[in-house]
Each structure stands twice: as C-alpha cells, then as structure tokens.
Design a protein around this ligand. Structure first.
Ligand SMILES: [Zn+2]
Length: 162
C-alpha cells in the first residue's frame, strides 16, 4: 500500500490520463479501442465505473437508493462530490471511494495483463478492510501530528530561569 502511488493514480484519473485502450490505440499500442469485457470504447469512465466488472464492485459499496445518481455525474463532478468532502464531514467515504477506484484499476490490470482468469477474492470485504485500516491510521497520524507540533512548541519556549 503506497499512498503516493494512489495519489498519483487519482491525479491521472482527474486529468483523464490513465492508460486505456482508447489512448493505447492513439499511440499504436493496440488496434482495438474497446473494453475486453463489454465491447464498447474503453474510456476512463467506462473502466472505473460503467464496465460490468467495475459496476459489480460499486454496487456492493454504494447504497441501493444512491446507485442511480452515483453513476450519472460527469467525471470531474463525481470526483469533487466523492473525493473532496466538505471540511468536518465524514472522510471515511472519500477513503472508501479512493480505495475502490484504486482496487478496480489494479484488479483490472492483473486480469488484462497478467492473468486472464483472475477474479478478486471477496472484493467488498477486501476494500472495506483496507479502507478501515487507512481511516484508523489517518486518525492516529493526525494525533501524532498534534503531538509533534506541541512538542515543537514546548522546545521553542525558552527554559524558565531559576
Ligand atoms: Zn467493460
């Protein structure tokens, strides 16, 4: 788990620059722009949300009543809705969304380039466990930040004269 890589991945998603068959074709890396699973053009939106392999996973993550609106916004709007929650709101959801996107992407690459018969084992449980671990780590790291800051403050104070 490398947060730096995930951040970079999100940046690529946000700028619509992850590798997919539609731009592989532009670079002459493939002659077929379509998704291997669905026979429609493989775009960022398709491979991370609309592809049947991705949708199957999102349907377990997102509440039923929210599913229709979940798949409709344009890419940039979806990202700002789900990954940049307002201050003071629940950051757990944006973590879960980030991990889900990352896992859909990783699992897809394994299946497409390493092992065609690969199927993720219990994807919902896997994503939730990872997202809980990260949420907990973020909470304790912000505590550590606070501690470090207060330590710095203490060190910066001139020692009392006796
Ligand atoms: Zn597909």
């Amino acid at each position: 788990m490398a947060p730096q890589r995930i951040r970079f991945f999100l940046w690529l998603v946000g700028h619509d620059r992850i590798m997919k068959n539609s731009n592989r074709m532009r670079h002459n890396l493939t002659s077929d722009p379509s998704c291997k699973h669905c026979n429609v053009e493989e775009t960022t939106l398709h491979l991370l949300w609309d592809c049947k392999t991705a949708k199957k996973i999102w349907q377990q993550i997102v509440l039923n009543r929210d599913l229709n609106s979940f798949f409709t916004p344009p890419l940039w709007h979806w990202l700002s809705l789900n990954l940049n929650p307002p201050v003071n709101s629940n950051h757990k959801w944006s973590t879960t969304c980030t991990i889900t996107l990352w896992r859909i992407w990783r699992w897809r690459n394994i299946k497409c380039f390493e092992n065609p018969s690969f199927e993720p084992w219990k994807p919902f449980e896997f994503i939730m466990t990872q997202s809980n671990t990260i949420t907990k780590a973020m909470k304790s790291s912000s505590k550590i930040d606070v501690l470090l800051k207060s330590e710095k403050l203490i060190r910066w104070m001139t020692p009392p004269d006796d």
